[in-house]
Design a protein around this ligand. Structure first.
Ligand SMILES: [Zn+2]
Length: 189
């Protein structure tokens, strides 16, 4: 990687002017807020030993010419991680692929960003000489992560269905309190 470009303090304008792209992999541990969404490593047996999750990322920037105005500065960001999470249905561990794919257009100030935001499909960011790309990657992945992580199909459904049947039988055997209420209402005065 070119030492000139530091992901914590990226000069987007220079990066875009040269039409550059960068990609790489970083340990999930380097993204503290994102790592908080992952299953706590309290149970090391659940983690692949010695293989912490890796965040793959890819950024590209370009200058897009605009007739009669300054060229626009754009950045395209892709990131992906296999996040170990806890299934909210069976409470077992589940590894979910979290992917982010976003395009940003840089504008000169906050007022322009606010004025143009509604009309723009892309995300607008205020151009700064030092953009923290790692923070941006982390934000995008956090927004892409499932709020309620779940297995597509939970691996432990067998004992649950047995319990369900017994539970439903017990429910059927009991008089329905609302049915009884209905009968009361139907009685003539
Ligand atoms: Zn599950």
């Amino acid at each position: 990687m070119d030492k000139k470009f530091d992901l914590n303090r990226l000069n987007v304008k220079a990066f875009a002017r040269e039409g550059l792209s960068l990609q790489g992999q970083l340990s999930l541990a380097q993204f503290a807020r994102l790592a908080e969404l992952a299953l706590s490593p309290v149970e090391p047996a659940l983690q692949d030993a010695g293989q912490p999750a890796q965040v793959s990322w890819d950024i590209q920037a370009e200058l897009v010419p605009v007739s009669g105005a300054d060229a626009q500065i754009w950045m395209h960001l892709k990131a992906e991680v296999e996040l170990p999470m806890q299934c909210q249905r069976c409470m077992g561990p589940v590894t979910l692929a979290v992917k982010a794919d976003a395009s940003f257009r840089f504008v000169s100030d906050e007022a322009t960003a606010e004025a143009e935001d509604d009309a723009s499909e892309e995300d607008l960011l205020v151009l700064t000489p030092e953009l923290n790309v790692l923070e941006l990657i982390e934000d995008e992945l956090i927004m892409s992560a499932p709020i309620v992580p779940k297995h597509e199909r939970c691996p432990t459904l067998v004992p649950m269905s047995a319990v369900d049947e017994a539970f439903e039988e017990a429910l059927e055997a009991r008089p329905n309190p609302f049915a009884a209420l209905g009968q009361l209402k139907k009685k003539p005065n």
